[in-house]
Design a binder for this molecule. Structure first.
Ligand SMILES: Cc1ncc(COP(=O)(O)O)c(C=O)c1O
Length: 369
């Protein structure tokens, strides 16, 4: 049996269903912003319950623009978590600020009890990451941030649809970023991103900034960039929002099956806590395991596309040398980097695929013990 990690071939096998909407787009000639982008933004804002959505050409730009929207400048510091995709820290560096890392908790998210120690007079923002579709303790982050009057930017790039107490992530912070990269829960046929905010002034600034600062064809209000979402991707995204709830349900069902099937291996497999108030969307199904590297090789050999996200935490990446971090600074993130394992979990698998993964993991540890 093969258990694929990448499901895009299955997802877009029936491309014909997108054709009528794409033909309408082509007939309209509305290829930069325009009604298809407006429609997508409105639909996504309604889905997650925010006042404004400003789409961008990818999630990294959504983060960069969010940082700029809270006035992050060269020399500022921005607090974030040590295990995330490089783009979280890359966006901070792109606006000239310094990423200040904090260790992880046992759910692979920012350790809230360590944020306060990282705050200095230079701290401009805090970016919790809803890593791999698993909500960070956003209420804990907000209570510290509010106490110090520091804006929170949620990196909800991998987490469209995740919730805390029934509220969508990406609707808690002052200005929040999402990605529609092909392997994110809400994906398009290429790159795409969104920024969500309830702040009217920030929304107006973002709409101008992402489009050269143009208030109309002939008037430039401020210096901006071109960070526009392609209308083609807006058409795809608009259609896919309708499928979010069913895909989240399927992924949660498979995650429960995996959690249950692996629960009798506590000496080898640690399943993160799943607090009842948090709805995950499982961009990735993450656990930590003993003999991780050998297990990945074994699973790949038996047809299961297991992966590692990520083997090197951000503070130990070569690019981060300039910030002076060293091995041992964030022991939990470093331990997780050694032990973390990603198993495929998506809506194009079946319960038989999940059972196969559970069986193969049992076989590996039986063989090895
Ligand atoms: C946590 C996180 N932040 C930022 C990004 C950047 O998104 P994009 O690839 O759309 O630029 C990603 C995904 O790639 C991500 O997982």
């Amino acid at each position: 049996m093969r258990v694929h990690y990448n499901y895009l071939g299955d997802q877009f096998a029936s491309f014909n269903e997108y054709l009528p909407d794409l033909q309408a787009l082509v007939a309209s000639g509305e290829f930069t912003l325009g009604p298809y982008v407006d429609k997508f933004e409105k639909k996504f804002a309604d889905y997650i319950g925010v006042k404004h959505v400003i789409s961008t050409n990818n999630g990294t730009d959504a983060l960069i623009l969010s940082l700029k929207a809270v006035n992050t400048k060269p020399g500022d510091e921005v607090i974030t978590v040590a295990n995330t995709f490089i783009a979280t820290a890359g966006a901070i560096v792109a606006v000239g600020a310094k990423p200040v890392f904090v260790d992880c908790d046992n759910r692979f998210s920012i350790a809230v009890n360590q944020i306060e120690n990282a705050i200095t007079p230079k701290t401009k923002a805090i970016i919790p990451v809803h890593w791999a579709g698993c909500p960070a303790d956003i209420c804990g982050v907000l209570s510290i941030a509010n106490k110090h009057n520091i804006p929170v930017i949620e990196d909800a790039c991998p987490a469209v649809g995740a919730q805390v107490n029934g509220q969508f992530v990406g609707s808690f912070g002052k200005v929040n970023a999402f990605s529609m990269h092909p392997l994110k829960p809400l994906n398009v046929m290429g790159d795409g991103g969104m920024i969500a905010t309830n702040d009217d002034e920030i929304a107006n600034w973002l709409k101008l900034y992402r489009n050269h600062g143009l208030s109309d064809r002939n008037h430039v209000t401020l210096w901006g960039v071109n960070a526009r979402l392609q209308p083609f991707q807006a058409v795809i995204g608009t259609k896919l929002i309708d499928q979010m709830e069913s895909l989240i349900q399927i992924r949660n069902q498979f995650a429960r099956q995996l959690d249950k099937g692996l629960a009798d291996l506590p000496q080898f497999v640690s399943i993160p806590e799943r607090p009842a108030e948090m709805r995950e969307v499982y961009q990735l199904y993450l656990i930590t395991v003993k003999k991780r590297n050998e297990l990945v090789v074994y699973l790949n050999q038996v047809g299961i596309e297991a992966k590692i996200h990520y083997p090197i935490p951000l503070h130990l990446q070569n690019a981060a040398t300039q910030f002076g971090y060293k091995k041992g600074d964030f022991p939990i993130a470093e331990q997780q980097a050694n032990d973390i394992l990603t198993l495929p979990n998506h809506q194009y698998l079946t319960s038989a695929h999940i059972d196969y993964m559970i069986d193969q993991i049992h076989t590996f540890y039986k063989r090895d013990s």
